[in-house]
Design a protein around this ligand. Sequence first.
Ligand code: EPZ
Length: 415
Amino acid sequence: MAALIISGGNPLYGKIKMQGSKNAVLPLMAASLVIPGKTTLLGCPRISDVFAMTDLLRKVGAKVLWQEDTLCIDASVVQPVVIGPEDTKSTRACILLLGALISRCRSAVMAYPGGCAIGKRPVDIHLAAFKQLKVCVTEGEQISCDASKLCGAEISLTFPSVGATQNIVLAAVCGRGVTRIHNAAREPEVAWLCRFLVQAGAKISGIGTAHLLIEGVERLHEITFSVPPDRIVTGTYLAAVMSAGGEIQMTNVCPEELTAVIRPIVQAGGAVRVLEKEIIAKKRGRLAAFDYLCTEPYPGFPTDMQSLFLALAATANGTSVIEEKIFEARFGVAKELARLGARIWVDGACALVDGQRTLRGNSVHAGDLRGAAALLVAALGAEGTTQLTGVEFLERGYENIWEGMSGLGADIRME
Ligand code: EPZ
């Protein structure tokens, strides 16, 4: 089993370019199936979730090839083959193929995507919306969609689900009539998908708001699109320097997408300078505790940064309270942080953290993507050496993160 060996205590210094966004590129890859021709994605991150999605695109007939960090997709020919459980367990984003195939082929059959360590992650909101679009959805061993009668609708989401919003947009973009989505997710990854589709000829308004209007068009055309920077990877490097100390400059950044992440860091005593496409972050002594942080839909504090802030709270000065309002089981990393000396009490959706002056290295195992990142961040600031297993979780979303940290001065190696 691969393991990262991290000797803590080295401050981080230097400049690093942020990778393309995992949670933006996966919907764009699904959307490429709606375009009967070539889609070129520039600045695509080489991460295992993207590799899994390329396999899915090939499975339904698309041709996909890499040219360095450019992904070239040709979806001239697409057929709605059954996407089985062996495919859907690889990445949650597979669910977005339903919407894309509904638009392109008026038909889709897929096994249920698996849950994961952070929650059951049902797809009821997705399927209820498809039914409103007059898709005949049959649920059993798998999800079967017959969209021969696809028709625009007015949909009010019970929760601003990111994936459900994206799936509805994908299903409606080449449907018949007008679809309105109320209480739509406002995450940047929804807006980037809409911008991509508009550039390909779609008619979408309200981009970036909770009210989207999609007017179905006959056909989309080929495009080349740059993958936006990954806001959670940027937040991860920001957390790393606040854990290990030092001063780093992050380039290829969308600072406006990180307001809710930067604010608590500054309030806790971190120094953060925001330039147009760069962030310079410096640790100025021990962080103060986070009096109360709660995860919310965008533009609130992102759930994907919750584990990282749990790690920062573990050595902050005072008691922090962090509430997780998006996923029902996203404090799994707390018990591994406790093996490093963190004092965390979890009660339902809330975690209370009694900040220690320092953590101490130990062997720890990651159970999910952002939990793995949180353990890495904690280990960088801990005394002594940490062995981190579950590295495959990191590779799902972070491109070369340990080489990136090592380049900034961290003592870290893969074993
Ligand atoms: C996306 O997941 C992201 N994944 C997640 O990032 C992110 O945490 C999440 O949005 C919230 O921001 C990708 O973009 C690939 P949701 P998604 O639908 O779309 C419940 C990471 O670490 N729900 O907004 O699945 C659901 O169970 C990953 O990069 C239903 O109940 O998130 C959850 O509690 C983790 N029924 C909440 O809504 C549904 O039909 C938010 O889910 C759909 C969702």
